[in-house]
Design a protein around this ligand. Structure first.
Ligand code: KG4
Ligand code: ZN
Length: 344
């Protein structure tokens, strides 16, 4: 029997502060995954500066793509399609990737596939779990998004819950800044919390009335700010580690509670967490025990595939490729692109 030809996707991701390119084979095998992070640069300003992000993407993108191809041992001629994140994200940052992908696809006569960034985050779970296939439930927790999603099929999503205000990662970043940990806050809070007592301070766990799967993190963020301002006014010091650990516990408690409510209501037996906050050690531990109790299989990507990367975009692009998704040369960056929305 003739061996089936492999499908190679060259994927590009530039929606925020990482310039990334990857080559992915048959949607599951990462041949290269190159990430040029701008974190050190943005740390100077305490957060991502969109204008600087765009300029850095322009400087780095060609080199990052060349490295991704050479590390994969591939040439452009071997590539079957170009996948690129076209939303959501910072418009100027997205545009760099989209323009680059269009130029390469046009010059090399390859199909162009625009990918939704969150679809990419969810697809990151396919890389290390060959047995994982839809349907399953996904908790997407990143710097810009907090969603509970029913993944009905590849590329087919039903959002059942979302944040009403801050995203989980955004709350981590803001609290980290307030307690003097700097940017990016998530990994620092994760680290410092290991030295703190998560029960030291009781911060609020918000539940949204009549929307059991929605989230709200602005209350817990304000409670932390009030707590540290109160301490300062009284001239008292507070324990950075206890505040971090107690805040982290308040956020992860709500994430796990809503996810488990959905697991029970929708009777799912698989849940995959995704996005930068999915690398949080307390969230992983809490999800592990909650899932074990209920006999539910938990999936999560390695940390490098949780935060922004192009391999996850390559995986999502592969399934879009199989489904026949092709974009034209008018593909544009869509900063507020909705999950499941098709841009024609
Ligand atoms: O998915 P991502 O790289 O970018 C977006 O699509 O937004 O997520 C970045 C977010 C940041 O808010 C960062 O602080 C958070 O993920 N993050 C973490 C951890 N690692 C990254 N939050 C908590 N614990 C971590 N270990
Ligand atoms: Zn992301």
């Amino acid at each position: 029997m003739e061996e089936q030809k492999s499908i190679l996707i060259l994927a590009i991701e530039s929606s925020c502060d990482e310039t990334a390119a990857a080559v992915v084979k048959n949607g599951r095998e990462v041949l290269s995954n190159v990430i040029s992070s701008q974190i050190a640069l943005h740390t100077l300003y305490g957060g991502v500066v969109p204008e600087i992000a765009s300029r850095k993407h322009i400087e780095k993108i060609n080199q990052v793509i060349e490295t991704a191809l050479s590390e994969a041992g591939a040439e452009l001629a071997d590539i079957d399609a170009i996948g690129v994140t076209y939303g959501p994200g910072l418009v100027g940052a997205l545009l760099v990737g989209v323009a680059e992908a269009k130029a390469i696809a046009y010059a090399a006569k390859k199909p162009l596939i625009g990918v939704h960034h969150i679809e990419g985050h969810i697809a990151a779970n396919y890389i290390e779990h060959p047995e994982l296939e839809p349907p399953f439930l996904s908790l997407v927790v990143s710097g810009g998004h907090t969603h509970l999603v029913r993944v009905e099929d590849y590329g087919k999503f039903d959002i059942i819950g979302r944040t009403r205000d801050d995203a989980a990662g955004e709350a981590f970043d803001k609290v980290a800044r307030a307690i003097g940990l700097g940017y990016p806050g998530g990994p620092k809070i994760d680290q410092v919390s290991k030295e703190g007592n998560p029960e030291a301070i009781v911060f609020p766990r918000a539940h949204v009335e009549d929307a059991p799967y929605d989230f709200s993190f602005s209350g817990v963020k304000s409670a932390v700010l009030n707590y540290i301002n109160g301490s300062r006014m009284k001239g008292e010091s507070y324990s950075q580690a206890d505040v971090a650990a107690s805040f982290q516990k308040a956020v992860t408690d709500v994430l796990v509670a809503n996810a488990m409510r959905a697991v029970e209501e929708y009777k799912v037996d698989k849940i995959a967490i995704a996005g930068g906050v999915a690398s949080n050690s307390a969230l992983r531990e809490a999800m592990k025990s909650a899932c074990e109790e209920r006999g539910v299989k938990l999936y999560y990507p390695s940390p490098v595939y949780c935060t922004d990367n192009a391999a996850m975009i390559g995986v999502a692009a592969y399934y879009e490729y199989l489904a026949g998704t092709r974009h034209g040369w008018d593909l544009n960056a869509v900063p507020n692109l909705k999950l499941g929305e098709r841009y024609e």
